[in-house]
Write a protein that binds this ligand. Structure first.
Ligand code: NAD
Length: 441
């Protein structure tokens, strides 16, 4: 059992902290947000993740996890301090490392024992070298502090499962001491560990995320071509998926990737390459395709309708994917303002993300358009002139084609997630447009 501190209780930090407690370590989670800390102390998860709250309560009751804003007490005698604070995108595409720098400085001021600082946040190659130097520069006590890289690969919506059953754990270290300590910390998980140097570990994270983003953009590019040549992208993907070299995951066409990782990690790697005088053409292409893809449905609908002004528009799904309350870089955030600007009266449904969305687009009038949030799909569809599907929540997938025909004033559906079979929409008499497939007119 080791004494672990975790800096940052977002999707990465909190899930890591809870899972370390679950396997028996003594964990203190640190955040600067006092209200968040109080919520967590009361056994409530500040984020929506399946299974997280149960594990928080179980491990809190067992005394294996605690939450605090008092970083000094948490870092003072920790064996390892995991950093899971944000590294958001800056206007030029580079990663903002100011949160990492603050934590590094707080660690330098606080540690009284030798300890390993483990960076879980996604950071540009070479950042861990700088973090180590930064800590040395500000270190108050005469102790050994080393930095290791341990990038995180969890997916939001299945974060706890992904952590407890990770396909691999990447550790990047520069000494035997750091490597052995990290191996021991992860021993109870009994998962495959890939041990490399720090810079390679940092690169593995970007290379993996950007490869997935590329796969999505590639399928979206192919989908757009499928529409033009009369092929069906789902059939194409199915045919491709039997090739083991291609694999059967991440072949769904749609309205582009969102979330807090793919958009920023593609831009960050492109920026890193540029700084080294290299143009990362493949990743740049993935970014360009994704930018266009996000408003693909809006563009299609604009061609079909004279105006959105005064139309009731049902929006099904607001989060960037199902299973999360996270809106970062969601397609809805691009499309809703365009619709409002055109005077649409939007009736939005999302089982989890509506609260967060109201913070950006409050209920009520927005210029010519208006925003209303409803608590079930049918309410959104009732008398609607047009419907956009942005997130494939189970509640949305459960809507039968006949319901669109029955409830909507004009059953005109733009599906960004290819939820329905073309034939079933045709049979139900729904005018249906999706991605990379034939339009049902
Ligand atoms: P987040 O924004 O959800 O959480 C960051 C937390 O850090 C916030 O609660 C914030 O209050 C806290 N914080 C800021 N400064 C602090 C400080 N000095 N001390 C303690 N806490 C502090 O971020 P996230 O989505 O968990 O992402 C964190 C990092 O992990 C990013 O680099 C991201 O790229 C990477 N990552 C994210 C995911 C994901 O799915 N979200 C997956 C893999 C990797």
């Amino acid at each position: 059992m080791y004494k672990i501190a975790v800096a940052g209780t977002g999707y990465v930090g909190l899930v890591a902290g809870v899972c370390f407690a679950e396997v028996g370590h003594q964990v203190t989670c640190v955040d600067i947000d006092e209200s968040k800390v109080n919520v967590m102390k009361s056994g409530v998860s500040p984020i929506y993740e399946t299974g997280l709250e149960e594990l928080m309560q179980k491990n809190y009751a067992a005394g294996r996890i605690d939450y605090t804003t008092d970083y000094k007490s948490a870092y003072r005698d920790a064996d390892a301090i995991f950093i899971g604070v944000g590294t958001p995108e800056q206007p030029d595409g580079s990663a903002n490392l100011s949160y990492i720098a603050t934590v590094a400085r707080q660690i330098a001021e606080s540690v009284e024992n030798d300890c390993l600082v483990v960076v879980k946040s996604t950071v540009p190659v070479g950042t861990n070298d700088k973090v180590e130097q930064f800590i040395q520069d500000f270190l108050v006590n005469d102790v050994k502090v080393e930095v290791a890289s341990n990038p995180e690969f969890l997916a939001q919506g299945s974060a706890v499962h992904d952590t407890l059953h990770a396909e691999r754990i990447i550790i990047g270290t520069e000494s035997k001491w750091a490597e052995e300590l990290l191996m021991k910390l992860y021993e109870p998980f009994n998962l495959p560990i890939v041990s490399v140097n720090r810079r390679s570990a940092e690169m593995i994270k970007y290379a993996s995320n950007d490869f997935l983003a590329l796969k999505i953009s590639y399928m979206n590019d192919i989908a757009n071509l499928c529409e033009l040549v009369g092929a069906d992208v789902q059939d194409v993907a199915k045919g491709m998926s039997y090739d083991a070299r291609i694999g059967n995951k991440f072949l769904n066409a749609g309205i582009g990737y969102g979330g807090s990782c793919f958009p920023k990690d593609t831009k960050a790697l492109e920026y890193i390459a540029k700084q080294h005088g290299y143009e990362l053409r493949t990743v740049k292409a993935a970014i360009d395709v994704n930018t266009d893809q996000k408003t693909m449905l809006y563009k299609k609908a604009s061609k079909r309708l004279i105006t959105f002004n005064g139309l009731k528009v049902a929006v099904l799904g607001l989060t960037f994917k199902p299973g999360t309350d996270d809106l970062r870089e969601a397609a809805s955030l691009e499309n809703v303002p365009l619709l409002l600007e055109q005077g649409a009266d939007i009736y939005a449904y999302d089982p989890v993300g509506a609260d967060n969305f109201t913070k950006v687009h409050p209920e009520g009038q927005h210029g010519k358009g208006s925003m209303t949030y409803v608590s079930d799909v049918e309410e959104a569809l009732k008398d609607a002139n047009v419907c956009f599907i942005f997130t494939e929540w189970g509640e949305v997938k459960a809507v039968t084609p006949g319901k669109y025909k029955e409830l909507m004033r004009t059953p005109l559906v733009y599906d960004g997630r290819n939820i329905y079979r073309i034939e079933e929409m045709q049979e139900a008499g729904v005018e249906y447009r999706s991605i990379g497939r034939k339009a049902v007119e």
